[in-house]
Design a protein around this ligand. Structure first.
Ligand code: EPZ
Length: 446
């Protein structure tokens, strides 16, 4: 595995005991380059298991989850080569990475690795499709909910696989001659299960039709990459995806789409602090619903040549109710950030979480900054306060952590966010990007 210098420098930054210190009160003004999407990069990397040729991915963000998945794929036989040079995106770390899996050397994904990152469970689809078998640890629960895998099991069974649970692992076996195309309608929308079934079906015999498929842009990005690799897929981005199986896939070169959650996060940060920021290398169409909620909250949002300009000059933050939903609804991955914004609104707002049952851990931490939030089932009632006051807080998961950063940017005085390894999983160079726009944010290593 050849790592470039930018990779090494970046890796040193991922330290477990680091904290982020924020001194709130400054507006954000300037330009923020948006990185490639973590949640597209992960399934795209996993797709490299489907071919013996090289899959080259451009605009891969430099994140702890990406590094971990490289190691996991390495165990299965994927050779990873990171270009030494940085991408054109001037001050970004996003890189071009080549993934080559000549032969699959191990079809087992062990507990120690799958437990660290749930998405690594998704290797089950390509392993089963290419090798006819996979032994993959069950991921277990996680901070935001129980997150079962029943939809993966049912979907792969529909393609003819035998799925047995044994000692915390799923032993998946394809019928002789490989998986068989079928029609399967998901009883519930799942991004991960859609990725997996789509990948598995590319090498199945015959045609697969996936009903009630996830419509997230990351599903479309994966489908486009698979198509470039020779897969026959239509309908990605709608709720019915049709895949005509082929006998083998080739290599391809594909650019990871912009991170819509990172885009929305910075847009919410600007709406929170006030100011004028251009988010570059991104696309409004990726997050219509969230941007519409921001407009209703009082932010000006407009398209630029290759991104989005977001402003809030004067004028307060208005209360807006949101309900999370699968795409194109309001994303669950922006729920915590929007709640941070609503803590400063001029009235009462409600946020309902419909995707994960335990995704409100930021509520207690926001309360430490002076937010007034009460919970009733899956709905939070947020009574806007005139000011937040800095305090030590603790990150609990990736998106919850960044909501604390957003709140800290608008709070009076100093906010210290601990356990920020969560942030390093999903936000590339967060403190740099904010500092360049006038925020006082620094990483403190103990
Ligand atoms: C993806 O997770 C994202 N992760 C999540 O982002 C995101 O929150 C989520 O989609 C929803 O948008 C990645 O892309 C790596 P799901 P995923 O399967 O695929 C239930 C982040 O912060 N379900 O669409 O795991 C599940 O419990 C992360 O970047 C079953 O019941 O989510 C949930 O309630 C967090 N059975 C709902 O479906 C199953 O077999 C949607 O989950 C599978 C899922």
């Amino acid at each position: 595995m050849a790592h470039g210098t930018s990779g090494k420098a970046g890796l040193a930054r991922i330290a477990h005991m680091d904290r982020i210190r924020i001194v709130g009160g400054n507006e954000l003004n300037g330009i923020i380059p948006i990185s490639g999407a973590k949640n597209a990069a992960l399934p795209l990397m996993i797709a490299s298991l489907l071919t013996s040729d090289t899959l080259t991915l451009e605009n891969v963000p430099h994140l702890a989850d990406v590094e971990l998945l490289m190691r996991i794929l390495g165990n299965h036989g994927v050779d990873v080569a990171v270009n030494g040079r940085r991408e054109r995106q001037e001050d970004g770390y996003s890189r071009t990475i080549h993934f080559t899996c000549r032969t699959i050397v191990d079809t087992t994904a062990p507990y120690e690795l799958v437990a660290k990152m749930r998405a690594s469970f998704w290797v089950i689809g390509p392993l089963l499709a290419r090798e006819g078998q996979a032994r993959v640890s069950l991921p277990g629960g996680c901070a935001i909910g129980t997150r079962p895998v029943d939809l993966f099991i049912e979907g792969l069974e529909a393609l003819g696989a035998t799925m047995e649970i044994d000692g915390g692992y799923i032993n998946a076996t394809a019928p002789k001659g490989g998986l068989i195309g079928a029609r399967y309608v998901f009883p519930k929308v799942s991004v991960g299960a859609t990725h997996v079934l789509m990948m598995a079906a590319t090498l199945a015999r015959g045609t697969t039709v996936i009903g009630n498929a996830a419509r997230e842009p990351e599903v479309v990005d994966l489908a486009n990459c698979l198509i470039a690799m020779g897969a026959k897929i239509s309908g990605a981005g709608t709720s019915t995806i049709t895949i005509e199986g082929v006998t083998s896939l080739s290599g391809a070169r594909h650019r990871v789409l912009p991170d819509r959650i990172e885009t929305g996060t910075y847009a919410m940060a600007v709406a929170m602090t006030g100011g004028d920021v251009t988010l570059e290398n991104t696309d409004m169409a990726l997050l219509d619903t969230a941007l519409e909620s921001l407009r209703r909250a009082g932010a000006d949002v407009s398209p630029t040549n290759n991104g989005i300009r977001i402003m809030r000059n004067g004028g307060g933050i208005k209360p807006v109710d949101v309900v999370t939903d699968p795409f194109p609804g309001f994303p669950t991955d922006l729920q915590a950030q929007f709640m941070a914004l609503m803590t400063r609104s001029s009235g009462i707002s409600h946020i309902t979480e419909t995707i994960f049952e335990n995704r409100f851990m930021h509520v207690q931490e926001l309360a430490r900054l002076g937010a007034k939030i009460s919970l009733s089932g899956q709905t939070a009632r947020i009574e806007g306060v005139e000011k937040l006051k800095g305090a030590p807080v603790m990150a609990t998961d990736l998106r919850a952590s960044v909501s604390l950063v957003i709140a800290g940017l608008a709070a009076e005085g100093e906010t210290l966010v601990s356990r920020i390894y969560h942030l390093d999983r999903g936000f590339e160079r967060l403190e740099d990007k904010l500092t360049r726009c006038g925020a006082i944010v620094e990483r403190i290593s103990d």
